[in-house]
Each structure stands twice: as C-alpha cells, then as structure tokens.
Design a protein around this ligand. Structure first.
Ligand code: FES
Length: 106
C-alpha cells in the first residue's frame, strides 16, 4: 500500500491509499479528487490528469516519458513540475507522494 496526498488549488488535501502498480490518476479518480478527470482512462491521450509534483518529490517521480512529454504540451498551465498522473505508477519509493492539482484541466 502506498499513500498519496493530492492538494487542490484551494488547499484541500485528499490523502488516499493505492496499490503498487496502480497509477496516481486511478487513485485520484477513485477518490473523486477535484481536478483529476482522466478522460482517456490512462491511455495517455487526453492530458486531463495533469498534476504538479510537489518539489520534495520531483527527483523520486522522475521526468515525463517521451510520449507524455508531447501530450503535456496540451496541458493547461504546464510547468517544469508537470506530469500526467496516469503515467506515474505507484511503487514503494513513492509512499507519501504529494501532488498538486492544477487550477484548470485541458
Ligand atoms: Fe488521459 Fe492521463 S488519463 S492522459
């Protein structure tokens, strides 16, 4: 089990548990986190699962994958800490991960 905290732009925190191998997007959708839409259900085709990785977790999460990199160009408010949450798979090293949902998706 891995714990993830989603923080919305309003400062609301959602602390949720997920299983190894699940994506951060799946956990956010299951927990009805405001701002995690995931229209394509993790096919890396929509960019509506965009999150900002907390600075403390950037090194552990790592950079976007090549295909993800292209799609992130369509994400609203893309920054250096942007990732598609469907492309972040839970692993033990990510226990305690903090991500921030963007002001807007799409
Ligand atoms: Fe569509 Fe992540 S859910 S790109």
């Amino acid at each position: 089990m891995v714990q993830i905290t989603f923080i919305t732009p309003a400062g609301v925190e959602h602390r949720l548990d997920g299983d190894i191998g699940q994506s951060v997007m799946e956990i956010g959708k299951r927990g009805a986190v405001d701002g995690i839409v995931g229209e394509c259900d993790g096919s890396a085709a929509c960019a509506t699962c965009h999150v900002h990785v907390d600075p403390a977790w950037l090194a552990s999460v790592g950079p976007p994958l090549p295909d993800e990199e292209d799609l992130l160009d369509f994400a609203h408010g893309r920054r250096a800490d942007s990732r598609l949450s469907c492309q972040i798979r839970l692993r033990p090293a990510l226990d305690g991960l903090i991500v921030h949902t963007p002001e807007e998706q799409g």
